[in-house]
Ligand binder design. Sequence first.
Ligand code: SF4
Length: 477
Amino acid sequence: MIFDPTTDKPQDECGVFGLYSTTPNDLAWLTYLGLFALQHRGQEAAGMCVSDGDKFHVDKDLGLVTQVFDERRLDGLRLPNARVSIGHVRYSTTGSNLRFNAQPLTTRTNKGILGLAHNGNFVNAREVRSGMLMEGALFQTTNDSEVMLNLIARESHMDLVEATASAMKELKGGYACVLMSRTQLLGFRDPHGVRPLVIGQRDSANGEGGAWVLASEPCALYAVGARLIRDVQPGELVWFDRDGLHSLMVEPKRPTPCSFEWIYFARSDGELDGVDIHESRLRMGAQLAREKPIEADIVVPVPDSGIGAAIGYARESGIPFDYGLYKNPYAGRTFIAPTQEARELKVKMKLSPTSAVRGRRVVLVDDSIVRGTTSRQIVNLLREAGATEVHFRVSSPPITHPCFYGIDTAARKELVASTHSVEEIRELIGADTLAFISERGLREAIGGSGLCGACFTGEYPAGTPLLNDVDKLALEV
Ligand code: SF4
């Protein structure tokens, strides 16, 4: 399990991106821009495929988008008359962080060469894969995306759309994928819409530059000059070709998108399933202030993920908002710290208190507590800087269960709220008071018709794997 102790957050998932150009264009550069906008969703690997209907170029590697695609490698992907491209940024929730697990995955089929980029997890991938191995299928990677690609390739009597719809019916879980052939772009979302996928359109100027775009979040549409058209619906398969956008509802079920997209994952400059991310975070903070009020002098966010909820808390409570923690903007993912001392220094490398907290009673707002280790260190930092009281407020309910749909929340035994009461966690992190938003309050703050909250409730809308715990290396046999 890869664990970055300076975040102690549910780890980001993956980001997917796809383009179907209505006029020949340099799609490598646009795909790079789209992936760069999605970098927050995965920092371990990046990759893309580009085709002009004839050539099919692929490049991928471990690292950030800017590390993988320097000018030389981007040049190698350039096709002046490209029509279709897909891209991926990866955080490994299934399979090791190895180069061969980077995406897009590609395979040769009777439908021609195909490329797939996937976000999420298939809960029955292990069983489906075992059955396919028995039938003689070959796998080159240890990630569950290859099971989907092999299922599509196996249906040799079907066209690409039919084969994809058939594979969607076989694999269960929370997922959103983009798939390309030399001439088509496809996108599809699981029956409950747990993982997000949006459709955008780039207008053509003087008959040039027009394109359909698929992305995990609207920020990637804006990055390539496209506007949001709509979300791919739960259970929907969309595809693009010379005739434009097509849609097939494969097996829609009750929509239950991941509540953590609004709590933490998604960038605040967009909306998903019609709900604005920033506005929902403000509402979570306001709800938290109503549910768990406290007398204090300032409201301080844990940057950056606690900022929206802290503003909401401050506005509702009337307590002034202030930046009590400075976040070093250059502290990204670095090393896995080997000792407790190194872990504590690593938190200090990322966060340091400002004079705003000196002599003040602080309401500290964060989006979640996973293991509690970082929360304890942040409370300590504020006390060392002179805060007289620290009241911890959390804009998600306690995380008591693991996620099986593509988010690395850690195994259940590592989740502090699965083994400790709120009072015990308070003692552990050293806060004067600790309170979480209620599950009902969270649902009201986000709105929408339904939400996945399985990591708070243990009720999994899209099923669970047979082995009932997180094991992201489950396919490594
Ligand atoms: S279990 Fe939690 S993190 Fe996973 S999809 Fe559901 S709400 Fe999101």
